[in-house]
Design a binder for this molecule. Sequence first.
Ligand SMILES: [Zn+2]
Length: 271
Amino acid sequence: MISHSLPMQPDTCGYWFIVNHQQLYWPPEQQSLALMSMGELVALFGEPEQSGSLGELNGQAAYYWVLNDQRDDEDNWLSPRQLLAQGDGVFELAARAVQVALFLQTHRYCGQCGSAMHLVSWELAALCHRCGHRCYPRIAPCVLVAVVKDDQLLLARSSRYKAGFFSILAGFVESAETLEQAAVREVKEEVGVDIDQLEYVGSQPWPFPHSLMTGFIARYVGGAIRCQPNEIEEAHWFELDALPEVPPVQTLSGQMIARVQQRILGNKKAT
Ligand SMILES: [Zn+2]
């Protein structure tokens, strides 16, 4: 459980994830985070807008430190996406830090009555003392679907991707929908194809800005590819030993593509 209310002293020491407008302080020469005291941070950045506990990193306490001010050293700040390859849970804590910062920034006032919100001391939540409305950090579940037909994988290029870059299908879960229903609906909407035999693979927090990716491998049942306008630029069946550029293995979609590839190509070799 994340607690944001901790008795912080100038000598409180740990790993600090410093967030400014959804970016993390990570100077170009920095290889990994260094242990620092709160006093050192105040000397470097001034008082934070918010700070609190994030969890643990390498057996040491990890904290967030939210600035949200104007800074002129933009080379020293990067998106958590650029920390994907950092091991030891650094990406996960970075993802949590930017999501907590966004929650705090967007829940200053009550969405129901407009009064100022107050942070609850025993959990990460914002509470309106006037009407009792309580909010928790927003998490948007999203399904990733790897559709397999014999030795082929269905990959699509979204209008947001550069030319030549493809990935498996993805979409947000709607209200009152199961993950499986969302997977079937998204695949049908985006490429006009029917699927079944959904197999859950795993999940990955994705802080852009607050998604939780969940992955399924599914079997193609029928239908010809028909791309959803304004959403999918192109989609094709690719042979698994001749894939185009796809997401890296640090991402859940990259891991799923690699898993399908190993399974199908491994089976092929065995027969
Ligand atoms: Zn209220």
